[in-house]
Design a protein around this ligand. Structure first.
Ligand code: ZN
Length: 327
C-alpha cells in the first residue's frame, strides 16, 4: 500500500538536495498479466492477483521461488480466482515454504487456502499487531490502508537473520519494520534479489500508518537495505515492477522522507497548526479523497519529530484538531 507522492512544495535543504528525486524514479509501467505465471528471473515467477486499487497498484504479485520444490512469497488476498491461478502455476511442483512479508489483507490471507491445498507450512514474523486495532477508529480506514489480516498465525515464526534453505535456493529473512512492525524482506542469494513486500515499491513510496507504522523504524529499515550495498541487484516488491537500481532508489526514498520532514517544519515555522491544515498546504496535487492517507503520513512524521523533541503537541479530543508546534 502506498503513500501518494507529489512535487514538493518547498525546496530541500542541505546536502540531501543532491540525492536523486524520487518522483523521477517512480515506475508506473507494469503489465500484471493477471493469473499467468510470469518468469521474472531464472528461479523466480510471479502470479498477479486481480485486486488493483489506489493502494495495491496493479494488484498483489505472488512470487514462486525455486524449481521442482518451491517457496511461495505473499500468497495474496482471500480470492479464490487467484488461489486457483496460483495452484495452476504450481502444478507438478512441491511447495515447501509459504512465506509472508506482513499481515495486510492483500498479502497473507491466501496463505491458508494454499496451506490447505499443499500441506506446506506458513512462515511469517507473527500475528497482526494488536495496537493496529486503534488505527482509523471512527474514520474510514479503507481510504488509508489495506486492513489487517487478524486471522494470521504462522506455523513457523521467523526473525531477522533466519535462513530458509530449499532445493537450489536460500532465502534470508530481514526484519524491516516501519510500514508495519511485523514486516520481513526475503533475500534470494542465488539471484542477488530481494523480495521487498511493501517496504520498498517502485511505483510509489510506502505509507506508514500510526500507531503501529513507525517512521523511525522505517528509516532504519531503509538504511538496512542501503547498507547491503550491491548484494542486491534487484528488488521485487509485492506490488508493481522490479526495481533495478535498488540502492539508488532506496536512497531516493530516504531523501523523500527528509524532504517531507523539512516541509512539515516549514509549515510549523508559521506558527502552531493542525494536520489537516498542513495537508492542504503540502499535498496540493493530491486528490482530496486521498487526504486521509496523507494525514496519517504527516502524523507519522510528527510522531517521529516529537520523539526527537523537535515538535510538541496540544492534544485535542478530536485527533484532527490537535495542534502541533516547533519545540
Ligand atoms: Zn501492507
Amino acid at each position: 500500500m502506498a503513500e501518494q507522492t507529489h512535487p514538493p512544495h518547498f525546496s530541500a535543504t542541505g546536502s540531501r538536495a543532491a540525492a536523486v528525486r524520487l518522483e523521477g524514479l517512480l515506475d508506473t509501467h507494469h503489465d500484471p498479466a493477471y493469473g499467468e505465471a510470469v518468469q521474472v528471473a531464472p528461479l523466480v515467477q510471479r502470479v498477479t492477483a486481480a485486486n488493483p486499487s489506489p493502494f495495491t497498484f496493479a494488484g498483489t504479485g505472488t512470487y514462486i521461488v525455486g524449481g521442482p520444490q518451491v517457496a511461495v512469497i505473499d500468497p495474496g488476498p482471500d480470492d479464490a480466482t487467484h488461489v486457483t491461478a496460483l495452484l495452476r502455476a504450481l502444478e507438478g511442483r512441491t511447495v515447501t515454504h509459504i512465506c509472508v512479508t506482513h499481515t495486510h489483507s492483500d498479502h497473507s490471507p491466501a496463505s491458508r487456502a494454499l496451506a490447505a491445498a499443499t500441506g506446506a507450512p506458513i512462515l511469517g514474523f507473527g500475528p497482526h499487531p494488536a495496537i493496529d486495532a486503534r488505527r482509523g477508529a471512527g474514520e474510514s480506514p479503507a481510504l488509508e490502508e489495506e486492513p489487517g489480516d487478524w486471522d494470521f498465525v504462522p506455523d513457523v515464526a521467523l526473525t531477522h537473520g533466519d535462513v530458509l534453505a530449499g532445493d537450489g535456493w536460500t532465502l534470508e529473512c530481514l526484519h524491516t519494520p516501519g510500514h508495519i512492525s511485523n514486516h520481513l524482506c526475503f533475500a534470494l542469494a542465488e539471484e542477488c534479489g530481494l523480495f521487498t513486500g511493501d517496504h520498498v515499491m517502485g511505483w510509489s513510496s510506502t505509507i506508514i500508518p500510526p500507531p503501529d507504522g513507525n517512521l523511525g523504524d522505517y528509516l532504519r529499515s531503509l538504511q538496512l537495505l542501503i547498507d547491503r550495498g550491491d548484494r542486491d541487484h534487484v528488488y521485487w516488491p509485492t506490488h508493481g515492477p522490479a526495481i533495478t537500481s535498488p540502492v539508488r532508489y532506496a536512497g531516493a526514498l530516504l531523501a523523500h522522507r527528509h524532504r517531507r520532514t523539512a516541509q512539515i517544519l516549514e509549515c510549523l515555522r508559521d506558527g502552531p497548526t493542525t494536520i489537516p491544515a498542513m495537508v492542504v498546504q503540502m499535498y496540493t496535487d493530491t486528490p482530496k479523497m486521498l487526504h486521509p492517507a496523507a494525514e496519517r503520513s504527516v502524523l507519522a512524521h510528527l510522531i517521529h519529530l516529537a520523539s526527537q523533541r523537535r515538535v510538541t503537541s496540544e492534544p485535542a479530543a478530536d485527533e484532527r484538531a490537535t495542534r502541533y508546534a516547533l519545540a
